[in-house]
Design a protein around this ligand. Structure first.
Ligand SMILES: NC(=O)C1=CN([C@@H]2O[C@H](COP(=O)(O)OP(=O)(O)OC[C@H]3O[C@@H](n4cnc5c(N)ncnc54)[C@H](OP(=O)(O)O)[C@@H]3O)[C@@H](O)[C@H]2O)[C@@H](O)CC1
Ligand SMILES: Nc1ncnc2c1ncn2[C@@H]1O[C@H](COP(=O)(O)OP(=O)(O)O)[C@@H](O)[C@H]1O
Length: 280
């Protein structure tokens, strides 16, 4: 039986900046960018990770897309990374605490190799969108890597879920629970209601959202929120529950006609309200 998502479930574990802390104490999140014509999804995720409190966020861009990304980024940092070996070398820095891959990443050989390199690292991961779909043909090998990794959150919408778990049908809660057990990752099955399931059997249902969130890039923002929380030390299941609730709350605060860029201001208001009146 699923618990209903609310801040009382995860507030204790929610990252709070310490009085004498510095930015590296708040974690460093990386976000993989797609090619020059596919960069928006990564930037939406990166901005969300920074907004939710990660101390540093860097977009890892193919060299061909650096100029496009550079012309749109300010507080979020940017680094060119040509291939999986270069990415693995960056990930050797243990101050990097989370990586987010999938939003508008594409399916090139290099993009696939970069995701594979992330799966071999020890840092927490959020895998969304193309980083899920690219494993549809060889899902067992993917699940085996996820199981060994042990610190990943998957954020599929129904279409992506069906590609990875084509044999699972029935109620959404049961499907998400099965998928989490099979993959060894926390599964966040997105939709009007979002289900968060852990490999150990915890399950949370989120109703705190708005249909105005059904807009291009909104899921990319969610991936960034979850990754930004994990970058600050939150465990994958707590971060997924908190991220889904905050994303829904930000959407509600934006209200009618929201587009994904607006969620940044919505998240700021949601966080201000949470810190002003913390749940008891
Ligand atoms: N600004 C940017 O840079 C943005 C970049 N983006 C990037 O674009 C890439 C493609 O992502 P995508 O999700 O649009 O396409 P795709 O993977 O083909 O899946 C869509 C198909 O799945 C199905 N479907 C079933 N249920 C569904 C559901 N609940 N929600 C959604 N779909 C559902 C449905 O098929 P149908 O059921 O109609 O047959 C539908 O046709 C990806 O990299 C993403 O990050 C976007 O985030 C936008 C902003
Ligand atoms: N009808 C709805 N009511 C509430 N939330 C929704 C609704 N439709 C979609 N969402 C939320 O919006 C987000 C959409 O994510 P996704 O489908 O990945 O979009 P994109 O790929 O464009 O970023 C998810 O967090 C999902 O839960």
């Amino acid at each position: 039986m699923a618990a209903i998502n609310s801040p009382s479930l995860w507030w204790k574990a929610f990252p709070k900046p310490s009085d004498d802390g510095h930015k590296y104490d708040r974690g460093h999140a990386l976000v993989l960018s797609g090619g020059a014509a596919q960069t928006g999804g990564a930037r939406l995720a990166a901005q969300a990770a920074l907004r939710v409190g990660a101390g540093l966020v860097t977009v890892m861009s193919p060299p061909s897309a650096v100029i496009v990304n550079a012309s749109h980024l300010t507080a979020v940092m940017l680094r060119a990374v040509a291939d999986a070996d270069e990415l693995a070398a960056v990930m050797d820095d243990q101050r990097i605490t989370c990586a987010i891959a999938g939003p508008a990443l594409g399916f090139s050989k290099t993009a696939r190799a970069k995701v594979d390199a992330l799966l071999r690292c020890r840092q927490k991961l959020v895998l969304d969108a193309d980083a899920l779909t690219m494993h549809a043909e060889a899902s067992d090998a993917f699940f085996s890597k996820l199981g060994s990794h042990g610190l990943a959150v998957l954020t599929p919408h129904e279409g992506e879920f069906k590609r990875l778990f084509p044999d699972l049908d029935g109620p959404r809660e049961a499907r998400a629970a099965h998928a989490a057990k099979r993959s060894g990752a926390v599964v966040t099955l997105k939709g009007a209601e979002t289900i968060v399931a852990s490999p150990k059997g915890s399950i949370v249902r989120n109703e705190h959202a708005t249909p105005w969130l059904a807009t291009a890039g909104s899921g990319d923002v969610l991936a960034g929120v979850i990754g930004g929380l994990m970058a600050q030390g939150m465990e994958p299941f707590d971060a997924a529950c908190a991220g889904v609730w905050l994303h829904g709350d930000a959407g509600r605060r934006c209200g009618p006609a929201l587009i994904s860029e607006d969620l940044d201001a919505g998240l700021r208001r949601s966080l201000a309200a949470l810190f002003e009146t913390p749940p008891t």
